[in-house]
Design a protein around this ligand. Structure first.
Ligand code: 5RP
Length: 219
């Protein structure tokens, strides 16, 4: 089974968490693209979606799913998104697709976070995947120096501008032993919009695509 087939299995499995007549929070990435394909099969049963990126918005609209502005929505029952890494505590690194800030905002509003991954994303300790940090452009060098003080090796993601008009620093070699503390510390650096640690608001349900089917994990 290929990695993409495992992503697809996880993406389609998330459909069971979508309730009729609700607005669904939709993440970003190749795994989520499979979920959006699945969601399109029940587009007449849901009110619509709130999207975490321009890319997901485009795909949702192409498939005939109405996309709402988050400011016009009171609550979201479920948010479905992928991850670059996830540990046993359901803490994640996200932002490989540079959509971390909007993802974190929609996740904050949602009652339940359903994380969909293939089995390569499960790790004992976060940090092998470089941690994305979204930064206001004029603060890039300052934030990079502060990230070095925290023990990381930040690398400017050349040529990438986020949907919010900012830049991304990918932090290599970060020892992330306490993801909640690290998330808070990095977010306290002036000029950081947010970082890709999703620990203070982690996943509630994890659906892992494997060659033997989809495993469901809850805490
Ligand atoms: C985008 C993300 C994605 O969820 C993450 O990068 C996983 O992507 P994929 O499903 O393509 O492996 O955080 O910002």
């Amino acid at each position: 089974m290929t990695q993409d087939e495992m992503k697809k299995a996880a993406g389609w499995a998330a459909l069971q968490y979508v309730k009729p007549d609700t607005i669904v929070g939709v993440g970003t990435g190749s795994t989520v693209n499979h979920f959006i394909d699945a969601l399109a099969t029940m587009k007449d049963d849901i009110e619509g979606a709130v999207s975490s990126s321009e890319a997901s918005t485009k795909k949702l609209k192409e498939l005939g799913i109405e996309v709402f502005d988050l400011n016009s929505v009171d609550s979201i029952d479920v948010y479905v998104d992928g991850a670059d890494e996830i540990n046993d505590r359901m803490d994640m690194i996200k932002g490989g697709g540079a959509a971390l800030t909007r993802e974190k905002i929609v996740a904050a509003v949602a009652k339940q976070f359903i994380c969909i991954v293939d089995n390569t994303k499960q790790v004992p300790i976060l940090g092998n995947f470089p941690l994305p940090v979204e930064v206001i452009p004029m603060a890039r060098s300052y934030v990079a120096r502060e990230l070095v003080k925290l023990g990381g090796d930040p690398v400017y993601r050349q040529g990438v501008i986020t949907d919010n008009g900012n830049v991304i620093l990918d932090v290599y070699n970060m020892q992330i032993l306490d993801p909640k503390v690290m998330e808070t510390k990095i977010n306290a650096i002036v000029g950081v919009v947010t970082n890709g640690l999703f620990a203070n608001r982690g996943a509630d349900v994890l659906l892992v695509g494997t060659p033997d089917g989809v495993n469901t994990v809850t805490l």
